[in-house]
Design a binder for this molecule. Structure first.
Ligand code: UD1
Length: 422
């Protein structure tokens, strides 16, 4: 297993290009299953999760070609040869459940393995299933698989999500595009990835209104056609790299960054004393002097502060002046990075879903263990600000969601290298 070694090296200066969003791409790819015509995605990120989704789609009979070194995904699902998403692939990546809605909408049947638990909590898929049932799907859970049928095809329905779920909104939205009649989805997620999916589906001929608000209305159509769609920039990668100069000092321009993607996060950075400015090419972040101030953060669905930036924000708060309270309201077990940060000299007290962080002058490098995707990058950020060497072990998590992290940070002056393991 590879490790990453980071050595605290002072200010960072330069530019970091932001890739297309992993989470958007993971829901745009299954949309290919809705049409017999080709779907091409540009600005795709080069990540292991994308390769996993490509393998899943291929196992169902779709053709997936990665062109321009993986930047372009050319997909075609003329006919599906298999309607079973196998446990071996689904267990690697929860987003695999997103093939359920499209397969059911197109061919009226699908069998998809249940994803099971994961490091950051139980993460059930009950809402995905209930939304599909509201469109007439007949579901049977047997031996770890969802057996789904819609013999006469899906039909429009009304479903109000009891809690906001990004994935369940995506699955329901894709299914609704080809359901007969009108579907109204209430209390839906408003994340930019949902708007990106709706935009792509409209390009394919779907009739969707209200994405980006709490209610989405879909008029079902008989068929969707091919399209080409650019993947929205990755707001989590953006936020992560905006934190690099915030933690280390210096000035970094995140190319392709947009304030509308990270509004609540920017407000917190500014409250902490970090400058964020829009340039013609992206967002520039600078911290010129002194320590940042402690700020309180509570994660919420978009447009609130994203849970996927909580670990990285905690890394910043570890060296802030004062005490900050970080509340995790989306996932029940998402503070696994806290004990690792404590190994680096941070002062963190976790009680249930709340972490109280008292800033220290300087963190100290240590060997640490990455437990999930966002936790791994928070340890890298902490290592950049620490005295001495930090070795982050188990970085395979990182490769699921961050492309060329050593190169991107190395280019702005960070001392970071990957050590290949067995
Ligand atoms: C997506 C993102 C993930 C991000 C999360 C929240 C992808 C591939 N992943 O995950 O990076 O952290 O949104 O912004 O896009 N829930 C249920 N039942 C369900 C579905 C969800 O109870 O059927 C709960 C979850 O356990 C969680 C909350 O709803 O507590 C929100 O989860 P959800 O928005 O669905 O997250 P994902 O779509 O899995």
């Amino acid at each position: 297993m590879d490790s990453i070694i980071v050595t605290g090296n002072g200010h960072l200066n330069g530019q970091i290009p932001i890739a297309g969003a992993k989470n958007a791409c993971l829901t745009l790819m299954p949309a290919t299953l809705l049409s017999e015509e080709p779907l091409t995605l540009t600005n795709a990120p080069r990540l292991s999760d994308i390769r996993t989704m490509a393998a899943l789609l291929q196992s169902l009979g779709a053709e997936v070609s990665q062109l321009q070194s993986g930047r372009v995904l050319a997909m075609s699902s003329a006919a599906l040869s298999n309607h079973v998403a196998d446990y071996d692939i689904v267990r690697k990546m929860r987003a695999s459940i997103l093939v359920l809605g499209p397969m059911l909408a197109r061919d009226g049947h699908a069998i998809v393995s249940l994803p099971g638990g994961c490091a950051i909590g139980a993460r059930p898929v009950d809402l995905h299933l209930r939304a599909l049932e509201a469109m007439g799907a007949e579901l049977d859970l047997r031996e770890g698989y969802v057996h789904a049928k819609a013999p006469g095809g899906l039909r429009g329905g009304v479903f109000e999500f009891p809690i906001v779920s990004v994935g369940a909104t995506e699955n329901a939205l894709m299914a609704a595009t080809m359901a007969k009649g009108t579907t109204v989805l209430k209390n839906v997620a408003r994340e930019p990835e949902i708007v990106d999916l709706a935009t792509c589906l409209r390009r394919m001929g779907a009739q969707i209104e209200g994405d980006g608000t709490g209610t989405i209305t879909v008029q079902g159509v008989d068929r969707l056609h091919g399209a080409t769609h650019p993947v929205v920039p990755d707001r989590i990668e953006l936020g992560t790299y905006m934190l690099a100069p915030a933690i280390c000092g210096g000035e970094v321009e995140c190319l392709g960054g947009r304030i509308d993607l990270v509004g609540a996060f920017c407000e917190k950075l500014q409250e902490a004393g970090i400058d964020v400015t829009e340039t013609g090419n992206g967002l520039t972040v600078s911290r010129r002097n002194g320590r940042v101030s402690a700020v309180d953060v509570a994660t919420r669905p978009f447009p609130g502060f994203p849970t996927d930036l909580q670990a990285q924000m905690m890394a910043l708060m570890c060296t802030a002046e004062g005490t900050s309270v970080l509340e995790e309201r989306i996932f029940e077990n998402r503070f696994m990075h806290a004990p690792e940060l404590v190994r680096m000299g941070a002062r963190i007290d976790v009680q249930g879903g709340t972490a109280t962080v008292t800033g220290v002058d300087r963190l100290k490098g240590a060997p640490v263990m990455a437990t999930d995707l966002r936790a791994s990058v928070s340890l890298i950020l902490a290592g950049l600000a620490a005295e001495g060497e930090t070795i982050v072990n188990r970085v395979y998590h990182l490769d699921r969601g961050y492309e060329s992290v050593e190169e991107k940070l190395g280019n702005v002056g960070a001392k970071i290298e990957r050590i290949s393991g067995q």
